[in-house]
Design a protein around this ligand. Structure first.
Ligand SMILES: [Ca+2]
Ligand SMILES: [Ca+2]
Ligand SMILES: [Ca+2]
Length: 247
């Protein structure tokens, strides 16, 4: 009898893609991992991913979990790296129509062409930091005491970011190619949740990476690193964040 109970327990542990506290869709693959390399090269946060280190970092391509969303699925490639002072994130967005209207810190930039990263340094809580940035380089940052309260009044100190557009912003008729965003997040800005800063080699954090693309009129799409397991399009589910492993 004991053996049967144990076998059932082990089976439960190994079943893929369980729904959970927040996950609504079963059968999803396990969340992916990404090794964040330590770099020596100095990164100039100018919106150009021209430093050699960027070319060496492994690319993540965002996927589109919701087939019902409208419009063209434009590719987004994301790379991460780190040094003693910063976590660096570089986004390359293919985009035939670059649009972004919001201009001020903590505006709802997720309504624009926008890229995001959520960082959850602690496995003791569901709380995490969010950074959402539009194609103008406007930052909306917050502390999400998930799932209860999203505090947009919280600001991460010293974040550097810059975009570079290959096209014309908010010009319907322009033939745009895309845009890039270069982001540097100071480790010390994350001390509200992180145990050890900078993270040591082998430390593991959870993270999600997203992009909102399109306009209300022509349809909008959400793409992401790992499927959030929600029925309605949305990125907020810390159970389905991927794993960042620091090197
Ligand atoms: Ca650069
Ligand atoms: Ca767009
Ligand atoms: Ca804020």
């Amino acid at each position: 009898m004991k053996l049967i109970v144990l076998s059932l327990f082990l089976l439960f542990l190994t079943l893929p893609g369980q729904t959970g506290k927040y996950t609504e869709i079963g059968g999803l693959p396990p969340v992916p991992s990404y090794a964040v390399s330590a770099i020596r090269e100095k990164i100039v946060v100018d919106g150009q991913l021209s430093e050699k280190a960027w070319a060496k970092a492994a690319p993540i391509t965002l996927m589109f979990p919701w087939e019902e969303q409208m419009g063209v699925k434009q590719r987004t490639t994301v790379r991460l790296m780190r040094d003693q002072n910063y976590l660096y994130v570089g986004y390359e967005c293919e985009d035939a129509d670059i649009t972004a209207l919001h201009e001020n810190r903590d505006d709802p930039v997720y309504q624009d062409d926008c890229v995001e990263i959520f960082l959850k340094p602690s496995d003791k809580t569901d709380h995490y930091f969010g950074l959402e940035m539009n194609a103008r380089g406007v930052l909306f940052d917050y502390y999400y005491a998930f799932p209860e309260k999203n505090d947009r009044g919280f600001n991460l100190e010293g974040v550097l970011l810059k975009t570079s557009l290959n096209g014309l912003l908010n010009q319907d008729e322009a033939n745009d190619q895309g845009w890039t965003l270069e982001l540097a997040i100071p480790w010390k800005s994350l001390n509200k949740l992180a145990g050890r800063l900078p993270p040591a080699k082998g430390d593991e954090w959870r993270a999600q990476i997203n992009r909102w693309d399109g306009t209300e009129a022509k349809g909008r799409r959400l793409s992401m690193w790992c499927a959030s397991g929600l029925k309605k399009p949305g990125p907020h589910n810390p159970e389905r964040f991927g794993k960042l492993i620091f090197k």
